[in-house]
Design a binder for this molecule. Sequence first.
Ligand code: IMP
Length: 198
Amino acid sequence: MKRLLFLTGNAGKLAEASHFFEPLGYQVEQFLVDGEVPIVVEPQSDSLREVAMAKIEQAKALFKQTGQDAAIFVEDAALFIDELKGFPGVNSASVLNQIGLSGIINLMSNTLNRGAEFRACAVLFTGEQLVFGEGICRGTITTETLGESGFGYDPIFSPDGEDSGRTFGQMDKTAKEAFSHRAKALESIKKQLDLLGR
Ligand code: IMP
């Protein structure tokens, strides 16, 4: 098994990346230094790609010091709500902490315009090359929280194409993977790794 070290403090993201990569022969582990998730500086930017690139450069520098043999991986994702002009966007994590899912539902209480999208940018460093992938998942914001699976905004986001209107919060990892922004970004990376013969 090839080792893949994922620099993230988010257990939900780690679980989804493991679910995706492990059948492909990767052992996914959290990237830790001295038992802790290293702190990286995220640039103030509206571009997920820019944030992901800044993270992988810092991860590469930290990784060199460990002398290990593994691929390293970072990912940045966010929710963009049409009616709220892209809010919470790159501030998705802090907004969720501050106002919670109920806060988003309240902000959307008077609108029928419920479209939104998740976007993800992921970067894998093979040890020699950087491989970049991105994915978008369109869907709608529900009027109540539904389900307890997943993480973050999953209980209020129902992806387009899900005929019964289930939210990500009502899906297991395999079902979410059929739609999700993260799975699309990872799929793109997988295709490029295949082309590189890795
Ligand atoms: P970051 O990529 O670590 O900056 O986190 C972005 C935030 O977006 C997360 O903390 C979640 O709240 C949210 N988010 C990103 N991807 C997902 C997802 O697949 N489901 C639900 N929320 C997500």
